[in-house]
Design a protein around this ligand. Structure first.
Ligand code: TGC
Ligand code: FAD
Length: 392
C-alpha cells in the first residue's frame, strides 16, 4: 500500500534530517497508515483501545525505542521524536500507550532499577509481552505530586503499599505498575516500586464517560496493603526528582507527537477547503479568511518542527534541560490544539463528524494539554528558570 500522507514540509525541513531519521519516520508512518488509520474512528466511537496493535508495535521496536541494550532499538532522540510524531498523527491515545510503556515504565527500570530488574523486565517490555503503567497522580495530588499520600511501609523483606492513584493511562491493562510512594522508614522520601498488578489488594477501575482519549485506557488504581518483595524497590530512585526525570522522557515525546496531530488536522483542512465550494462556485480555499487559517496552521507547524528538532539535537548531545522540554511540550501542544480548532472551523458542520479526524484530535489534545504537566505548570517551570522565582 502506498503511503497516502506526504507530510508537511514548507521549508525543506527534511534536509535537516539524516537518512536514518527519515527511515524511522517513514516506517512508522506506513505502519500507522496500514494498521491504525483504518480502525481508529471506530475504536474512538466505541471507546476501545486497539490492543491488537500492542504486539506488532513491539515487533517494530516502538517500545523503549531510545534505550540501549535489553532488546531495545537504541534510536537517537530525534528518531524517537519522529516516531512519536507519526504515532500521534494516528491518534494521541496510541502515542500515549507507547509513551507510558517506554518513558514511564521502561525508563524508570532502566534508570533506577537493579541489573536483575532490567534483565527481567526490559526485553519483554520491549516486545510488548509485559505491559506497564505509571502511578504518580492521586485524587488530591495532580500538579503537585509532592503532596502524594501513598505510603510504602517496610515489613521485614517486604514493603506494604497503600494509597490511591488516579487518571492512570493503561492502568487496567498493565501487568506491572511503577508506583511512586512515600517510604515511611525513610522519613517519607519518595521511592519507586514495581508492583505486579495481580497482587492481592491491587485493583484497577477504568474511567468511563471520557470525551477525550477514547481510544486509550485510563484507570484509577487502589492499593490496599499490597505486599511486594523488598527487591521490587527501584534501588536508585529517591525523591521527587526520580518521577520528574521520567516525565522529561515522556514530555519530550509529546512535544513531537503534537506535531503529528497538528499535521493531520492541517492536511485534512487543506484537502477539504480545495473541494468544498461556497459562493461564486469557488472552493472555500479561495477565500481570504480560510487561507489566513491555513497559513497560520502551516506556519506554526513549521516553527514547532524546528523547536522539536533543536531540543532533540540537544537531547542527543546530552545538553537538554527540563525547561527546554517544557517549552517544547507547552508550545507544541498549544499549537496543535489551535490547529485542530481552526481545522474544525474550516470543515463547518462536517468538522464535528467522525468521518473526519479533526474533532477526535481536538478532543484528545485537551487531555494532552493537561497531562504530563499542564500548560500553565510548564509556563511556571520556564518562568522560574528565566526569573529565578518559583511561582507555583
Ligand atoms: P521541586 O522542588 O521544583 O523539585 C523537586 C526535585 O526534583 C528536581 N526536578 C527535576 N528533576 C528532573 N527532571 C525535572 N523535570 C525536574 N524538575 C524538578 C528538582 O531539582 C528537585 O530536586 P532535589 O534533588 O533538589 O530534591 O518540586 P516541586 O514540588 O516544587 O514541584 C515542581 C513541579 C510543579 C514543576 C512538578 O511537581 C511538576 O512537574 N508537576 C507536574 C506534575 C506532572 O507532570 N505530572 C504528570 C503525571 S504522569 C502523566 O501525566 C502521564 S500521561 C501519559 C500519557 O498518557 O502519555
Ligand atoms: P490540578 O493540579 O488540580 O490543576 C487544575 C488547574 O489548576 C490546571 O489548570 C492547573 O494548571 C492549575 N494549577 C494547579 N496548580 C497551579 C499553580 N501553582 N499555579 C497556577 N495554576 C495552577 N498521571 C499519572 O500519574 N499517570 C498517568 O498515566 C496519567 N495519565 C493521564 C491520562 C489522562 C487522559 C489524563 C487526563 C491525565 C493523566 N494523568 C496521569 C494525570 C495528569 O498528569 C494530571 O491530570 C495533571 O498532572 C494535572 O493534575 P490535575 O488533573 O489534578 O489538575
Amino acid at each position: 500500500m502506498a503511503i497516502k500522507f506526504k507530510g508537511v514540509d514548507f521549508i525543506e525541513f527534511d534536509t535537516l534530517l539524516t537518512d536514518d531519521e527519515r527511515l524511522v519516520r517513514d516506517n512508522t508512518r506506513k505502519f500507522i497508515e496500514e494498521n491504525l488509520i483504518p480502525i481508529i474512528e471506530l475504536c474512538n466511537r466505541e471507546g476501545r483501545f486497539p490492543k491488537e496493535l500492542i504486539k506488532p508495535m513491539g515487533e517494530l521496536g516502538f517500545y523503549g525505542a531510545s534505550l540501549k541494550g535489553y532488546g531495545c532499538a537504541g534510536m537517537s532522540a530525534v528518531e524517537y521524536g519522529l516516531m512519536t510524531q507519526e504515532l500521534e498523527r494516528g491518534d494521541s491515545g496510541v502515542r500515549s500507550f507507547v509513551s507510558v510503556q517506554s518513558g514511564l515504565c521502561m525508563y524508570p527500570i532502566y534508570a533506577f532499577g537493579s541489573e536483575e530488574q532490567k534483565q527481567k523486565y526490559l526485553p519483554k517490555k520491549a516486545l510488548g509481552e509485559i505491559r506497564g503503567c505509571f502511578g504518580l497522580t492521586e485524587p488530591d495530588a495532580g500538579s503537585n505530586p509532592g503532596a502524594m499520600r501513598t505510603r510504602a511501609k517496610k515489613d521485614g523483606n517486604e514493603y506494604v503499599l497503600s494509597g490511591e492513584k488516579m487518571w492512570i493511562t493503561s492502568g487496567s491493562i498493565a501487568d506491572i505498575a511503577i508506583i511512586w510512594a512515600k517510604a515511611s522508614d525513610e522519613d517519607d522520601r519518595i521511592r519507586g516500586f514495581i508492583v505486579e498488578t495481580d497482587r492481592p489488594g491491587f485493583k484497577a477501575a477504568d474511567v468511563h464517560g471520557k470525551w477525550s482519549l477514547r481510544a486509550s485506557v485510563t484507570s484509577s488504581l487502589s492499593l490496599q496493603d499490597v505486599r511486594i518483595p523488598a527487591t521490587n524497590l527501584l534501588p536508585e530512585s529517591g525523591g521527587l526528582r526520580s518521577p520528574l526525570g521520567c516525565l522529561n522522557q515522556a514530555r519530550y515525546g509529546i512535544g513531537w507527537g503534537a506535531i503529528g496531530a497538528a499535521m493531520a488536522c492541517y492536511d485534512c483542512a487543506l484537502q477539504y477547503a480545495q473541494f468544498r465550494k461556497q459562493f461564486h462556485d469557488m472552493p472555500i480555499a479561495g477565500h481570504q479568511l480560510v487561507q489566513e487559517k491555513l497559513v497560520w496552521m502551516i506556519s506554526e507547524v513549521t516553527k514547532a518542527q524546528l523547536l522539536a528538532l533543536q531540543v532533540g539535537r540537544l537531547k542527543d548531545q546530552g545538553k537538554v534541560k527540563p525547561w527546554h522540554i517544557s517549552m517544547l511540550k507547552r508550545n507544541n501542544v498549544w499549537m496543535a490544539l489551535e490547529c485542530a480548532r481552526m481545522g474544525r472551523d474550516i470543515l463547518g458542520a462536517n468538522g464535528i463528524a467522525d468521518e473526519y479526524p479533526i474533532f477526535r484530535h481536538m478532543a484528545n489534545l485537551e487531555s494532552v494539554k493537561t497531562y504530563e504537566g499542564t500548560h500553565d505548570i510548564h509556563t511556571l517551570i520556564i518562568g522560574e528558570h528565566i526569573t529565578g522565582h518559583a511561582a507555583f
